[in-house]
Write a protein that binds this ligand. Structure first.
Ligand SMILES: Nc1ncnc2c1ncn2[C@@H]1O[C@H](COP(=O)(O)OP(=O)(O)OP(=O)(O)O)[C@@H](O)[C@H]1O
Length: 192
């Protein structure tokens, strides 16, 4: 994760015929985390998708140094496959890795088809895949939605460990995210 960096300069986002935000600049260096906060529909997910390269910027630029791992409401695990096989599919692509299955409480669920997992279990499965991806820049869209108290704390701890190892985390959430030293960007301040 050496040298991970995210640089957003004078960014504007347009969706449909509306500009959601403009003149947004931010810099994140290795080890840093930032929460993108704001009410429903303000453009948090859109910002993450632009940073991920999945949506175009209306104006401005984004530079990312490092590999990107994105978690949003689409968990990218084959719903028909048992969890173990769905994760193994990604291991063929990402390379062998410790997905922290025991820590995520998934060890006993590997034979369960992904579509039968509960909301919180699916979220934890997405985290397992993200950990296996070994990406340096984590983009997390509402990572705490649907999680119980224990899973919330675990997610916060995993993000803290990721940053302590030199990773970067950009967390879009309207909920509090407990992480010492985490910055906070209120997207409303950039509303168009
Ligand atoms: N492809 C699209 N075409 C048109 N409008 C879109 C598109 N994608 C998103 N929008 C609109 O852009 C706005 C911002 O959506 P976005 O999902 O980024 O908000 P958000 O802050 O993440 O919201 P939430 O907190 O509800 O997840 C919404 O009004 C949404 O309807």
């Amino acid at each position: 994760m050496q040298g991970a960096a995210v640089s957003v300069t004078d960014l504007a986002c347009r969706r449909g015929d509306r500009v959601l935000f403009r003149r947004l600049s931010l810099r994140l260096a290795a080890g840093e985390a930032l929460q993108i906060a704001g009410h429903n529909g303000i453009g948090k997910s859109s910002l993450l998708r632009i940073v991920a390269g999945l949506a175009p910027a209306f104006a401005g630029s984004v530079e990312v140094n490092g590999t990107i791992g994105l978690i949003d409401e689409r968990h990218a695990l084959d719903p028909v496959q048992p969890l173990g096989k769905a994760l193994a599919f990604w291991q063929h692509i990402d390379g062998a890795a410790d997905n922290e299955l025991a820590r995520l409480g998934l060890s006993d669920l590997l034979d369960v088809p992904v579509r039968y997992l509960s909301t919180g279990q699916k979220k934890r499965a997405a985290l397992a895949r993200l950990i296996g991806q070994k990406a340096s820049v984590w983009l997390l869209d509402e990572p705490l939605n649907g999680l119980d108290v224990h899973a919330v704390e675990l997610t916060e701890t995993l993000v803290a460990e990721h940053c302590a190892a030199g990773g970067i985390a950009l967390v879009a959430s309207h909920q509090p995210f407990a992480l010492p030293g985490m910055g906070r960007l209120a997207l409303a301040e950039y509303a168009a």
